[in-house]
Design a protein around this ligand. Sequence first.
Ligand SMILES: [Zn+2]
Length: 514
Amino acid sequence: MAYQVLARKYRPQRFADVAGQDHVTVTLMNALKQQRIAHGYIFSGHRGIGKTTIARILAMALNCRNAIGSELRPTAEPCEVCESCTEIRAGNAVDVIEIDAATNRGIDEIRELRDAARYRPARDKYKIYILDEAHQITDAAFNALLKTLEEPPDHIVFMMATTQPEDIPQTVRSRCQHFSFHAVKLVDILGELRGIAEREGVDADEAALALLAEAGDGSMRDALSIMDQAIASAPVEDGRPRLDAAQIRELMGSVPNAVFEKILEAVDANNSAEVITVANQLLDAGNSPAQLARQCVRYLRNCVIAKIAGIGVDGAGADGVAGELLQISADEQRRAARSASLFGEEELTRFLQVMLRTFDELGYRQEQRFHFELGLLKLVHLRRLLPVEEVLSQFPVAGGTGPVRTKGVTAAAPSAARSVVNAPVVPVSTKPTFSPFETDKNRKRFEGGETVAPTPVAAAVPVKAAPVKLPETVSVAVAGIGGCCRAAGCRRAFARRCSGRDAWHGVGSCGVGA
Ligand SMILES: [Zn+2]
């Protein structure tokens, strides 16, 4: 038999063999057991994660000649031995029609399909249409399918596999059951690769397999395609191909992440010369700036996540959510944590931003090499610059009283910042340690304690205490409202003569002050 690529040779034939899509397989198996078969399914998700595979398994399970619970088929899984199962697996079943919707996307093709769907299946229970890349079907063609999808004959099941479910009209989606597939986790891909390497008789160390799994980036098929290529180019020892990490890196045109660890160490040491030297070595070795920038972005992203998740340099705390976010091997997690420990979260975020922009720009700029070098140099400079928030926090808050309430910061701080910019190599400790949030924190502390500064409300009191001197007539009018007129000169008289007789004030002046 002709050679089959790994992705096809090891294509799962049972729901249980599909890695990382339990939420889909369990639901479908339950539906099969309960005989709750929908007439339209949409399988959506990233490429190479098992959409078409599950569609085929479901087709096998629907058309299997053996009933669920029989001797050959105890569960809802297809029996894999009856003629229907074997035909579907071989791709020549009459009643399972696989259509590449990317090329059969027009209204004529769909009309043809619709007309053919009226006829009963030739032999099996269901006539099943698997539409691959279903989002490519035109709107008019989807409209032609609407009526059939809404009230199809009992023997019809449509399955649509797509990477862009949002491009399928809502009217179609609402008539189908939609299953959204997850990206396959690194550990699942790794487990699968390990098993396949064993069955293929390939010697592969764990680092090499981890590298292949990472390269898959959530796609099982991508990982298997690279593995195929790696096995083909691997040296053979004792009749067994041998995979190692260096050879796979060379094949993928990527460089070890140790290089980026080295670059970040040089950035931490404010050593531009070292950064440029490493970049020069990489570029001279024939690596493309775009590929390097892409890898650098990924590495920085992993550092940011390691920092946020608080992964220790020994890899502690890399389980749970952190492990979910960092789909890389344990060695790489420790490396990212080591690099992350050199910088603060804000700094790493800024690095990531700069490298992302650099990577973007490389796509349309001439002289890619210079842009890549510039991007790396910016990282060194970012380390020397003060963020504008920190500079602003050194100035008094507008409307506030007294000196700046920052802890341990004096007026000398701006000049210290200037010297940081001028100095070529400055140890980290000379960098001011205050942050813009310190001001806010201190302010809260002041308000809570007894040292609270006079608030604007309190400041308004003296204004009331020193009234404007009003003319006599006005003071009478004020008295008329119902209180003491309090006009200058008559207050004492009021206090003596008019207590409890406010109404009297309204009539006229007390006479003393006038
Ligand atoms: Zn069967």
